[in-house]
Design a binder for this molecule. Structure first.
Ligand SMILES: [Zn+2]
Length: 284
């Protein structure tokens, strides 16, 4: 009798976990304008059933191309049959890689868009992915579950980051607007220099015009460390209008809407409980 009761209760728990594990799709409807100041103390711990997984980002297939579009350095893959994908974590579907770009400022303490526990870094890298259920980035960017951006804060330290070198070398070659350069397709390996298991996730927006609220954000807690010289590669790029240097292309912090769900994921933790408020509308 006791056994059956426990079994039933365990099954019920399992069912709830499944329904709440996909809760980023069924959350309380709150969406923020991005970027946000993210605090451990104001987020809820959550361990997704399927860890957020990268596939193909570090392959050496094809070529990467990076362009100065007058606003940022924007990298895409060319000559590649299959785009890299991400899945798991807060995502219900596979999201295909579209492009990587950067935000920065003149000041080493101000260029990242998000702030982690009150701290900003020199820059922030955004890997933009779109939900593969849509025809492409354009269609996806207007949908609530259309995009997922994984954000990496870049912190300036004394030591050059070797795995970041191919990228900054290429950025030095695109100082003028519309200049492009190619680099090895495995130029994203710097992502592996931090703990990819720990991140914040929330529903937010693009940080550039038209600021569409279609982004499931993943912002890594630990910054990627690069040197001051590597950081300078971005600040010597010229903008479209005046030919002046692009010294700040980071959007300011946006107010956090009351009730917004922000989750802190540390996949290594053994706590598999899904936070209750992940889905405030679901029946418990
Ligand atoms: Zn961005």
């Amino acid at each position: 009798m006791m056994h059956n009761k426990n079994k039933a209760s365990s099954m019920r728990r399992k069912k709830l976990r499944v329904s709440r594990d996909i809760a980023i799709e069924e959350d309380n409807g709150m969406i923020a304008q991005s970027p946000l100041a993210l605090f451990a103390s104001q987020s809820k711990d959550w361990t997704p059933k399927v860890p957020l997984t990268y596939k193909g980002h570090w392959n050496c297939t094809g070529v990467a191309s990076i362009t100065n579009n007058g606003i940022t350095a924007l990298m895409t893959f060319v000559d590649r049959i299959e785009r890299p994908i991400i899945y798991g974590g807060p995502l219900l579907n596979e999201y295909r890689f579209e492009q990587l770009h950067f935000h920065w400022a003149e000041d080493d303490q101000a260029g990242s868009e998000h702030a982690i526990d009150g701290v900003k870094c020199a820059a922030e890298a955004h890997l933009v992915h779109y939900n593969s259920k849509y025809s492409g980035f354009e269609e996806a960017s207007t949908q609530r579950d259309g995009l997922s951006v994984t954000g990496f804060l870049l912190k300036v330290t004394q030591v050059p980051n070797k795995s970041f070198e191919p990228l900054t070398n290429a950025v030095y070659e695109i100082s003028k607007m519309n200049q492009s350069s190619t680099l090895s397709a495995d130029c994203l390996k710097w992502m592996l220099s931090i703990n990819l298991n720990e991140y914040y996730t929330y529903r937010g927006s693009l940080t550039t015009d038209p600021f569409l609220e279609s982004v499931t954000w993943v912002v890594y807690k630990n910054p990627v460390e690069i040197s001051s010289d590597q950081m300078k590669s971005f600040r010597q790029m010229e903008s479209q209008h005046t030919g002046e240097k692009i010294l700040c292309n980071a959007r300011s912090l946006q107010p956090c809407p009351p009730g917004l769900c922000i989750y802190h994921v540390n996949q290594k933790t053994k706590n598999n409980e899904i936070p209750v408020s992940f889905n405030t509308r679901s029946k418990l």
